[in-house]
Design a binder for this molecule. Structure first.
Ligand SMILES: [Zn+2]
Length: 422
C-alpha cells in the first residue's frame, strides 16, 4: 500500500487482513488470547473483542512470571527483552520481541518516523540515551542502521560528555527526550559550546509530549537551529506515530495499528470507542503477533482528527500529539487542565530550566501548584508565571521557585506530575 495514495477503504482492508492472519497464528498457541478471544474475520468481530488494560498485563506477569502468557511462540524464538520504566508506580512490565517483530519496529522507523523527519542515509544520528532495559531509542538506533545512517550511541555518558561528543563528532540528527534536549543545550552554554552552531539539523523526540507542545518545540528549535519532530510509542505496543511535517501533531500509523478513542467520561463498565474525537487512545498492533495487544487502553489522552492533512498523510492525526496521561488531567475550579497545557505556558520563559506540577486533592477538589527552577536561581519570573497562568486558564495556580538541582531530571521520562497525598 502506497501511503500517499491510500484511501480509508484501502487502509481498513489492510488492517483487517493483517489482523485476521495474525490472530489465526496467535490463537494456535498464545494462552493469554486463547482465554479471551475468538478469530477475527469482520470488523464486527473486532469490535466485539474486549478492551485490554495494563493492569491485566501486569496481573498476568505476576501470576505467570517472568514473562506472562502473552507469548505466541516458545521462548527460544524471542531475541529481545525490554521493560517499561515503571514510572507510573508498580513493577515494570517485561516485553519480548522475535526477530520478525523487531524487524517490524525498525521498518517503522525507516519507513515512517525518519522519513517524515527527512532523515536519510549519510546522516549521523546521536542518541543521548542510556540504552538500559527501557525501550527508549533502541528501535530508533536499529532503524538508523537499517537506513544506512551512522548511529552514534551516547549511553553511559554524563551530560557534559555528550555535549563534547556532539561538538567533536558533528552529528546531523539528535534523538532524545524533549526535556533532555533542552538540558543538553543549557549544559552546552555553561561549557561554552553553543549547540545552535553545531551540525544538528533535525531533532527527533519521544518519551514525553514536549515536541508537540508549541513553546517547547520552539525552544528546542532555537537551541539547536534545527527542526524538531515528535514520535510516539510504547514498550508494550510499538512505535505508533510520527511528527506531521506541518508541526501541529502526530500521525498515527494506521497501516501497522488500528486506533480508536474512548471519550472521556464514558461508562467505566461499558466503555464505547469512536474513530475520532477527544479521549483515551486505544490501539491494536498489527506486526507484533508474537505478543500482540488488541484493543489496548493506552492511558494517553489524545484528540484524533480525520480531516485531510495538507502534508498528504492518509493517517489519522493526534492534534497536538499526546496531550498527557488520562490520569493526569485535573479539574481546577471547573476548568479542565492537563500537564502539557501548563508546560506550554512555562516553556515560554527561557529562564525556567526545570519544573514540576504538584497535584493535591483538598476537600475532594483538585488543587495544582508549580515548582520551578530558574537558570540564575532568581524568582523574578514567578509573578509573571502566575499572571500568565491566570490569563491562559482563568484560574490562579501558585508557583514557587526552588533551588537548582531540587527537582528530578533524567534522560528518560521526566516526572512532571507529582500527586501529593493530603
Ligand atoms: Zn500531516
Amino acid at each position: 500500500m502506497k501511503a500517499g495514495t491510500a484511501t480509508r477503504g484501502d487502509i481498513e482492508a489492510v488492517q483487517l487482513e493483517k489482523l485476521h492472519l495474525g490472530m489465526e497464528e496467535v490463537l494456535t498457541n498464545n494462552l493469554f488470547y486463547r482465554r479471551r478471544h475468538h478469530s477475527v474475520n469482520t470488523w464486527s468481530d473486532f469490535y466485539s473483542l474486549p478492551f485490554l488494560t495494563k493492569v491485566e498485563l501486569v496481573e498476568d506477569q505476576n501470576t505467570n512470571p517472568p514473562f506472562g502468557t502473552n507469548l505466541s511462540y516458545p521462548l527460544g524464538k524471542y531475541v529481545k527483552l525490554h521493560q517499561t520504566s515503571g514510572s507510573s508506580g508498580g513493577k515494570p512490565l517485561r516485553w519480548l520481541d522475535t526477530r520478525k517483530s523487531w524487524s517490524w519496529w525498525t521498518h517503522i522507523w525507516t519507513d515512517h518516523v525518519y522519513k517524515a523527519a527527512r532523515v536519510r542515509n549519510g546522516d549521523r544520528i546521536f542518541f543521548a540515551f542510556s540504552f538500559g532495559p527501557f525501550i527508549g531509542f533502541w528501535s530508533a538506533f536499529a532503524g538508523a542502521q537499517r537506513l544506512g545512517a551512522m548511529a552514534i550511541p551516547g549511553g553511559a555518558m554524563s551530560t557534559e560528555q555528550r555535549v563534547l561528543a556532539i561538538r567533536d563528532l558533528d552529528p546531523t540528527v539528535l534523538c532524545c527526550t524533549p526535556s533532555y534536549a533542552l538540558r543538553l543545550a543549557q549544559a552546552g552554554k555553561e561549557l561554552g559550546v553553543d549547540l545552535c552552531n553545531c551540525a544538528i539539523r533535525m531533532t527527533v523526540h519521544a518519551g514525553e509530549p514536549g515536541a508537540s507542545i508549541p513553546s517547547t518545540k520552539h525552544a528546542i528549535e532555537e537551541a539547536y537551529g534545527a527542526r524538531c519532530f515528535d514520535h510516539t510509542g510504547m514498550t508494550e505496543l510499538g512505535p505508533t506515530g510520527f511528527g506531521c511535517p506541518l508541526g501541529d501533531g502526530v500521525h498515527l500509523i494506521e497501516s501497522e495499528f488500528i486506533f480508536e478513542v474512548i471519550p472521556l467520561g464514558s461508562d467505566e463498565d461499558m466503555p464505547v470507542s469512536r474513530p475520532e474525537g477527544t479521549g483515551e487512545l486505544v490501539a491494536s498492533n498489527l506486526g507484533r503477533f508474537c505478543s500482540p495487544l488488541i484493543r489496548y487502553r493506552t492511558g494517553d489522552l489524545v484528540e484524533l482528527s480525520r480531516d485531510p492533512c495538507a502534508c498528504g498523510s492518509p493517517f489519522v492525526k493526534a492534534v497536538g500529539g499526546i496531550r498527557g496521561r488520562v490520569d493526569d488531567m485535573f479539574t481546577v475550579r471547573g476548568i479542565n487542565l492537563y500537564p502539557s497545557q501548563i508546560e506550554e505556558v512555562l516553556r515560554r520563559y527561557s529562564e525556567i530550566v526545570n519544573f514540576q506540577i504538584r497535584h493535591e486533592k483538598v476537600r475532594h477538589m483538585d488543587e495544582v501548584s508549580l515548582l520551578i527552577e530558574t537558570k540564575t536561581g532568581s524568582d523574578d519570573v514567578v509573578e509573571r508565571v502566575v499572571l500568565d497562568m491566570r490569563h491562559s486558564f482563568g484560574v490562579r495556580i501558585n508557583c514557587w521557585c526552588v533551588a537548582h538541582g531540587t527537582l528530578p531530571s533524567n534522560e528518560l521520562k521526566a516526572s512532571r506530575v507529582v500527586h501529593v497525598e493530603s
